[in-house]
Design a protein around this ligand. Structure first.
Ligand code: ADP
Ligand code: ZN
Length: 709
């Protein structure tokens, strides 16, 4: 039975959701998989269906008994033999499942990671064929995720005793760090990756550049008037209070929520908002866990958040009911300061952590206890320290078990106990490198928010690409999409698309590609353009750039046109400028796909004037070929012969030599000219044939030089 009839027969669905089919095919071809889809996207089918089509049993790791039970019940109702082993079962029930397993009757068995400590079970399992190990909620493997479960880390230990079957990881968390953690912990072998389904089509993403608070209040006012129900996220408690007062003064139905409010006020705000007693919540990011009010029509950030992850998660609380909604970022570059303050606060260096530790130790009594508030510590350390950083330092020490915090009965202050009084500050187990790395990652996340605010490309698409979801098209619903007039924003003509491909290839040739497919730039925009134009400028020649196969491939174009094109390609996220001492340009992963003809894009295409051809220009490819000639290019020759055969067939089976004789093709495949005038000098190419056939063959040469060389 094929996968379509299995889908129909067992699951009663008519069609696969994208990309379920590809995922299933990947699993059936025994590849390791990394699948990231939002909750409700349809992940479980991706391992349940192949389980039915393969010999043996599919082992599913799942974190919660209730989740397993639901899944198994549904499977059984569909006539699929499945079982979940967990601690809630009695001995007899467990025995029954064990028996079914050894008798080969089960297609799927669900377990929690703790189960692998059960030796008896593992022995049974190692005697049957395990066709696939599926790991549900795989983000539980990542310390970066919101739900790290140490038990998950032991899962890979059982792979060898089960004969190292293919492993498929499933999660709804799309951040790059989590993904990397999962891949590493599971040691996935060259996994096929799928990230999809994160688009929120019913949310219109918008960024407004604002100059002042007053400006912001005006915008929020408009939002509330137009959309009525929503959440305004603020970066600080103070800002929450200000915005709250402002909205309340204007007579809106509004609650406020932040960590500084007492427990009672917070739960009041949350409950009343959830019960739709109020329209608007003004809150810090502390508000949100478990907010699933479905009729939230707008979400706004009064100040920029610290990451796209936070932005998208919070924006995503709008429009859960699927109705039209809006997300608005009120962007003022100056607000970056607030986030920088947080960034500093959550990334104390080794020095500060050590200082805090020493101070706590020095101030502790004979029981190794100390009662200092953060403000007091700050006072003792000197006023200029970021108070938040002290809090983070204390948490870091507590996490490493150098200290522990405890409540003091009858006091609001918490006490601190030194657990390692004999350990000196400088020998604390702290890696400067790790701390630095985390800080850099946080900085990168903040920078992404700024980039997002300034992009003029589709905001939804931009976010999806940030999370690694490729292949989405412009949403048509965000401010960028709506600001575009149809006439200027469009897909390219064939000519334009070829120019873009050449331009991207030129950039690729002038950068390095890493093993993970990302690009490291080595040249700036001007050098790349000069090279593409075939400039004889000294720096180009001295770098040997005239030896590149992409040298001069856009010599028909005007410099201005290429500059404009660079700008538009950057806006659309096909290329990126990496700032540094000298700004340098490289491809993005999207650009990389487009270069290989695998990605769609639209541009505000700049006007194109071609350079006038005067006589025959020096042909760079010819120069190039004779400079470092490796003689006849067999690959290219084969392509041309194939083309010739095709042309011959199209002419009712005319003899090949009536198109071009072998000799001519061999010369073309040796000299690799790209210019008609120059190629015509090859003996055997007359005026008529040149007109009729040369362009076709020169196109092959060009493409070969771009992609194969
Ligand atoms: P996830 O595990 O990604 O959160 P589920 O696997 O629970 O999502 O699927 C969510 C819902 O979508 C389920 O009710 C499931 O039956 C349904 N579903 C999955 N695949 C299809 C499909 N191809 N056609 C129709 N419904 C589907
Ligand atoms: Zn858009």
């Amino acid at each position: 039975m094929d996968i379509h009839s299995t889908l129909k027969q067992y699951f009663s669905f008519d069609v696969f959701r994208s990309p379920q089919e590809e995922i299933i095919q990947g699993i059936l071809s025994q590849r390791d998989m990394m699948v990231i889809m939002p909750t409700g996207g349809g992940k479980s089918l991706c391992y349940q269906l192949p389980a039915l089509m393969q010999d043996g049993v599919t082992l599913v790791f799942s974190p919660l008994i209730s989740l397993m039970k639901d899944q198994v019940d549904t499977l059984k109702a569909r006539g699929i033999p499945a079982a979940a082993l967990n601690s809630s079962l009695g001995a007899q029930e467990q025995d029954a499942i064990h028996r079914e397993l050894t008798e080969g009757k089960l297609k799927l068995i669900y377990i929690a990671p703790e189960r692998i400590r059960n030796q008896y079970f593992m022995e049974l399992l190692s005697k049957v064929k395990v066709s696939l190990i599926a790991i549900d909620e795989a983000h539980c493997l990542s310390q970066w995720g919101h739900d790290f479960r140490p038990e998950y880390m032991h899962i890979p230990r059982v792979f060898p005793m089960l004969g190292n079957p293919p492993v498929a990881a499933f999660t709804a968390t799309a951040t790059p760090e989590v993904k990397l953690d999962i891949q590493k912990s599971l040691q996935l072998r060259n996994p096929v990756e799928f990230i999809s389904g994160f688009a929120r089509a019913n949310i219109s993403f918008q960024v407004d550049q604002v100059d002042s608070e007053l400006d912001k209040y005006g915008k929020i006012d408009k939002l509330v008037q137009q959309w009525k129900t929503g959440i305004v996220y603020c970066a600080t408690r103070k800002s929450v209070e200000n915005v709250f007062m402002n909205l309340q003064d204007r007579g809106y139905s509004v609650v406020s929520y932040h960590g500084g409010l007492d427990e009672k006020s917070r739960s009041f705000a949350q409950e009343q908002f959830m019960r739709k007693k109020f329209d608007v919540a003004v809150a810090t990011n502390a508000f949100g866990m478990g907010i699933d009010r479905s009729d939230i029509r707008f979400v706004a950030h009064f100040e920029m958040p610290g990451s796209i992850e936070a932005l998208y998660q919070e924006a995503g609380r709008a429009g859960r009911d699927g109705d039209e909604s809006v997300y608005k970022l009120l962007f003022n570059y100056a607000d970056k300061r607030v986030q920088e303050f947080f960034l500093e606060g959550s990334n104390p260096g080794k020095m500060l952590i050590t200082q805090v530790y020493e101070l706590l130790k020095d101030s502790s009594d004979e029981k190794n206890e100390v009662h200092l508030s953060i403000d007091e510590i700050r006072e003792l350390l000197g006023k200029r320290v970021n108070p938040m950083a002290i809090g983070t330092a204390i948490s870091a020490l507590a996490k490493k078990r150098n200290i522990e915090r405890f409540d003091v009965p009858g006091q609001r202050k918490r006490g601190t106990r030194i657990l390692t009084p004999r350990v000196l500050g400088y020998s604390l187990d702290l890696s400067d490198k790790e701390l630095e790395e985390k800080k850099r990652r946080d900085e990168k996340k903040l920078k992404a928010v700024i980039d997002f605010a300034y992009t003029s490309s589709c905001r939804q698409q931009w976010i999806l690409r940030y999370f690694g979801e490729a292949g989405s098209s412009a949403c048509g619903n965000c401010d960028s999409c709506k600001n575009r007039t149809v006439s200027t924003f469009r897909a390219g003509t064939d000519d334009e698309a070829l120019i873009v491909k050449k331009l991207l290839s030129g950039i690729a040739r002038m950068s390095d590609q890493l093993d993970d497919g990302s690009w490291v730039p080595s040249f700036g925009r001007n050098k790349i353009i000069q090279c593409l134009l075939g400039s004889r400028a000294q720096p180009i020649l001295s770098f040997g750039l005239d030896k590149l196969s992409t040298y001069g491939i856009l010599s028909d174009e005007k410099k201005k046109y290429l500059e404009n094109l660079f700008r538009e390609l950057e806006r659309e996220g096909l290329i990126q400028t990496v700032e540094g001492e000298f700004p340098m340009v490289s491809l993005t992963s999207h650009g990389s796909r487009v270069m290989f003809g695998k990605g769609d894009y639209s541009l505000n295409w700049p006007a194109r004037e071609t350079a006038v051809l005067i006589g025959s220009r020096p042909n760079s490819f010819l120069v190039n070929a004779s400079d470092n000639s490796q003689g006849l290019d067999e690959g290219l020759l084969k392509k041309m012969k194939d083309k010739r055969a095709q042309l011959a067939r199209a002419r009712g089976g005319a003899p090949s030599y009536t198109i071009f004789p072998n000799k001519v093709l061999e010369r073309l495949a040796t000299d690799k000219p790209t210019d008609v005038e120059i190629a015509k000098q090859i003996p055997g190419i007359g005026e008529v044939k040149a007109r009729k056939f040369l362009p076709t063959f020169l196109k092959i040469v060009k493409e070969h030089l771009i992609f194969e060389d």
